[in-house]
Design a binder for this molecule. Structure first.
Ligand SMILES: [Zn+2]
Length: 557
């Protein structure tokens, strides 16, 4: 069939083939607290050696360890699908029949898959399924009876990871010699080979499941100091604790208070700065810490679960908790904790912050209940309705600022992004805190409405919830968007790992130079002249990212 005779539906849609595997739909109600129920695998360069445009079953060579690795996934109850770009079909390099013979050979060598999803197009078709578009991931999830967020995709190039992220799935990059360095830098999760990718998927899956679910406790004290974003990403773990405790008291810092008010499962909040956590700490005040210790003692907690980020220490607080008489303390600590901690948990670097926290909750015997997905969520009754100035839903929120200037979008670039989005037909709302009004005014002057300083965090949550997409750096509102399930164009400065801090389980496109010199510095202000990690973003990339994430056009007027 010539290309111009192809059915127009076929020109836009993925081809779906049943595999020789179990091919079934998942349970209507997924089991409690499980992160993934399906693994999607790229074909060429991931499962089998890449032989360009191969139509010959005799040339199929599995990568080392593939069969055993896939069998470990099958044994763990995970469904498997192949998601593959095969533009050789569009170009006539091989026939569909030849391709099916190749797939039969793959299944002969590697065992059955539950489904095969093939994009038969090339880039010029502008289809919705050719990776990095998310179409194959969405179709695979549907075929497997699950959601994209409950899938993890393994691939060997940046397109694979980008397709996963754009659908809200997790993406693991297993580089080969042809993988470009910038693709490796941009990936939030990199594994050395297919077997180690599989091992880490299974490890993360197990890590959020308690060895045994503990007795329901009376009062649990949970702790998450630091800023709004930190508190929001700890939300799933706090809900897990809440499912196993009659009362949850959250100790947070002043910068996280507004976010703490938004979290489901929290019965009471104690606000106090912790000088060993705050980035610009006041001197230690012994009287204040004595006062805090007394307040913590008055909570009467049966247990404390101390959540921290990977660079923070739980031990100073654990000492205060001991002095407050708390007899069971769980915390992540690489440093030797002596008798300060009863449940000492350790987590490898690179795990998403929400899962890192969930794994500590699991170590303490807590997990999310059935029906509570491991996603960020906010209390419905705490999110304020969007302000009237926002107009109808479907706009694009552009949030240029960040408490850490190293993670903020340069004002001049944000203005060009506002102009480009407006020119593409989007209604743009520019948001920011009261101290960012100069910036939001300048950005909105280039295109859009200025809502800078008009909302508190609860109001911003309401505004974000009705957006078609949010364009934002690595800062609190990205997590508000994730909590509302609103797609994120992430202008992500690589000062901290994307795999830990990227928007969690929500369709995302990552932009910016992931290999810039600020990478992994944790700098609060950019250490490199010109802020090169973000200043090189082309506003046209942002427009294209919104198109990828919101194919229906969303806020197009
Ligand atoms: Zn396609």
């Amino acid at each position: 069939m010539r290309q111009d005779q192809v059915d127009p539906y076929q020109r836009r849609s993925a081809r779906v083939y049943a595999g020789a595997g179990r091919a079934g739909h998942g349970p209507a109600e997924p089991p409690a607290g499980v992160l993934y129920d399906a693994v999607l695998l790229d074909r060429d360069g991931t499962l089998i050696e890449d032989v360009p445009y191969n139509g010959d079953p005799e040339k199929v060579r599995p990568v080392p360890g593939a069969r055993a690795a896939l069998d470990r996934l099958r044994a763990a109850g995970l469904r498997l699908a192949v998601v593959t770009n095969q533009s050789g079909l569009a170009r006539g390099y091989f026939s569909e029949e030849q391709m099916r013979a190749v797939h039969a050979r793959v299944e002969e060598l590697l065992g059955g898959f539950d489904a095969w999803l093939v994009c038969p197009h090339d880039d010029s078709d502008r289809c919705d399924c050719r990776k990095p578009a998310p179409g194959l991931v969405y179709t695979a999830a549907r075929e497997l009876g699950t959601s994209a967020a409950r899938c993890v995709l393994v691939g060997d190039i940046g397109r694979d990871v980008a397709a996963a992220l754009a659908a809200g799935a997790a993406g693991v990059l297993v580089p080969t010699p042809v993988t470009r360095p910038e693709e490796i830098a941009a990936a939030g999760w990199v594994a050395a080979d297919l077997p180690s990718a599989v091992d880490e998927i299974l490890r993360r899956q197990r890590a959020v499941q308690p060895a045994e679910v503990g007795e329901r406790v009376g009062t649990a004290l949970v702790v998450r100091s630091d800023s709004a974003g930190d508190v929001l990403v700890t939300g799933p773990a706090i809900r897990a604790v809440a499912a196993g405790a009659r009362r949850v008291v959250l100790l947070c810092g002043p910068r996280g208070r507004a976010a703490a008010e938004l979290l489901p499962g929290v019965d009471e909040i104690i606000e106090h700065p912790l000088p060993w956590i705050d980035p610009a700490p006041a001197p230690v005040d012994p009287d204040a810490l004595r006062g805090l210790t007394s307040r913590l003692a008055a909570v009467g907690a049966d247990e404390a679960v101390v959540f921290t980020s990977f660079h923070q220490s739980a031990l100073p607080l654990a000492l205060l908790l001991r002095m407050a008489g708390i007899t069971r303390i769980a915390a992540i600590s690489d440093d030797y904790p002596g008798s300060l901690v009863d449940i000492r948990h350790r987590v490898p670097v690179g795990v998403p912050e929400p899962e890192r926290a969930l794994s500590l909750a699991a170590a303490a015997g807590y997990r999310l209940p059935v029906g509570d997905e491991p996603v960020l969520r906010l209390r419905d009754d705490a999110v304020a309705p969007r302000p009237a100035a926002a107009g109808d839903p479907g706009y694009v929120v552009l949030h240029p600022g960040s408490a850490a200037s190293s993670r903020a979008c340069p004002t001049e670039l944000a203005a060009r992004i506002a102009a480009a989005l407006t020119a593409a037909g989007h209604r743009v709302l520019v948001t920011g805190g009261p101290d960012e009004r100069t910036v939001t005014a300048r950005v909105a002057a280039a295109g859009g409405a200025d809502l800078g300083g008009r909302t508190d965090l609860a109001g911003l949550a309401g505004l974000v919830a009705d957006a078609a997409a949010v364009v934002v750096g690595n800062t609190g509102p990205a997590h508000l968007a994730a909590a509302a399930g609103v797609p994120v164009v992430s202008l992500f400065a690589p000062t901290v790992p994307f795999g830990q801090w990227g928007p969690y389980r929500v369709p995302t496109v990552r932009l910016g130079d992931a290999g810039a010199p600020c990478r992994d510095t944790r700098a609060a202000s950019c250490p490199v002249p010109g802020h090169p990690c973000l200043s090189g973003v082309d506003p046209a990339e942002v427009v294209e990212a919104v198109r990828t994430l919101v194919p229906s056009g969303g806020g197009i007027r």
